[in-house]
Design a protein around this ligand. Sequence first.
Ligand code: SF4
Ligand code: F3S
Ligand code: FES
Length: 232
Amino acid sequence: MAYTFKIQRFNPDKDKRAHYEEYKVELEQTDRVLDGLNEIKWRQDGTLTYRRSCAHGVCGSDAMRINGRNRLACKVLIKDLPEKITIEPMLGFTVIKDLVVDLEPFFEKYRSIVPYLVNDDPPGETERLQSPEDRAKYDDGTKCILCAACTTSCPPFWANKEFVGPAAIVNAHRFIFDTRDQGADERLAVLNTRNGVWRCRTVFNCTDACPRDIEITRAIEDVKRTLLYGKQ
Ligand code: SF4
Ligand code: F3S
Ligand code: FES
């Protein structure tokens, strides 16, 4: 079946501003949007630029706006879309070329929340044990693939790029509620600021955009509650 891909293009070497180009592609109902992009790049226009790697929803590199919503191109089935598909880069970051945005500010926020286990106790004879109930407290956040779909769908982030953003908060939550970790105070200090969790207005776009179905807004509320009342 024939589909029309309307793709936002921008080449910094020759374009003053972004524009759209349309491509016709023959696709099966079982194909994904990424198959359509590959078809265009490999057979029609090799200059089309986008990130992708695993093609199976694991690496997080092909998040983009598909008909206005942040999605992973490798997870969206063609059969779930109309015959005309508009593809644009995620909002809120500088476009480097076509669908590729500069994610360095995103990873800078991620690094600011100390995204690794902090524990200065000397290693014991065995693993640092944890009950299944304690493990469950932060399980959701371990599914994050750092695709940035949440942060770039958040209106407070569009309005203020200093907002740490939902992805960084989810990853802070993952360690704050890990019983083996000792770095919660450092992370909570970063989040207890005007550009930390308090910039979140509970819009829920982030939760809707997450390809891993992480309950992002709930995680943000957990952190806010912890800042107000201490760890429960
Ligand atoms: Fe992507 Fe979800 Fe992680 Fe946000 S929380 S970066 S949407 S996987
Ligand atoms: Fe933004 Fe998500 Fe909060 S969309 S306002 S971080 S609930
Ligand atoms: Fe890896 Fe889509 S290409 S998540």
